[in-house]
Design a protein around this ligand. Structure first.
Ligand code: SF4
Length: 218
């Protein structure tokens, strides 16, 4: 079956959070998520209700329906700067990218020289061949992907405690303060300090700050 890839937007930016903070990357934001419809009226009843991303539809810059893996890979490449220096990275995000990212697309991205990172909620198994798997567990959503490179936990979450995850097989454990500004709550500083305190007492965890928000970029 031929996959049609639905992509909300593609853009060049820096990775703002987690272990690769500061790395220039092409972001491919896939449409759709299995934990929320993306519509505000459904937020309160969604499994995941602190989302800060618009992943509905295909109407963003660079977005669209791609009928082949190579067309999407070429579209991603068109955002990469002309410079031949440095590793080319693409970050597959969403929404939930593992609803669509398949081995065909992984091969197409590798063929043109990309290293591939994925930002997933961990409720679906990742296909083979990814260069960086970052799992960000969400409360009430059972984890299927229990190994990878980075486990990034938004903190605090009512049902997810850091100690529930630190036995899993990840190289880096990142704690990221909950940002509730999109839901009208402005407790950012409180969450920031709570995460900082937790890391100071539990050095297995690294503090992950959303530097793209500080910079005012996507
Ligand atoms: S799992 Fe990720 S993309 Fe889906 S609603 Fe939650 S934060 Fe948003």
């Amino acid at each position: 079956m031929t996959m049609v890839y639905s992509v909300k937007e593609i853009f060049l930016s820096i990775q703002g959070e987690g272990a690769h903070t500061g790395r220039v990357s092409v972001f491919v934001r896939f449409s759709g998520c299995n934990l929320w419809s993306g519509r505000e009226r459904d937020r309160a009843g969604a499994v995941c209700n602190f989302c800060d991303t618009d992943f509905v539809g295909t109407d963003g810059r660079g977005g669209g329906q791609f009928t082949t893996a190579s067309a999407l890979a070429e579209a991603a490449l068109s955002f990469w700067p002309q410079s031949t220096e440095g590793e080319k990275w693409v970050i597959c995000t969403g929404g939930e990218p593992l609803l669509q990212l398949d081995t065909e697309l992984i091969s197409a991205l590798h063929r043109i020289g990309f290293k591939i990172a994925v930002e997933t909620n961990g409720t679906l198994k990742a296909p083979d061949g990814l260069d960086w798997i970052c799992v960000s567990p969400k409360a009430d959503a059972p984890l299927q992907q229990t190994c990878g490179h980075e486990l990034k936990l938004v903190y605090p979450q009512r049902a997810n405690r850091p100690e529930d995850f630190e036995h899993l097989d990840f190289d880096v454990f990142s704690l990221q303060p909950l940002d509730e500004t999109q839901t009208g709550n402005t407790k950012g500083d409180v969450h920031m300090h709570a995460a900082l305190e937790y890391c100071l007492a539990h050095p297995k965890w690294r503090l992950s700050l959303q530097t793209h928000k500080v910079l005012g970029v996507r």
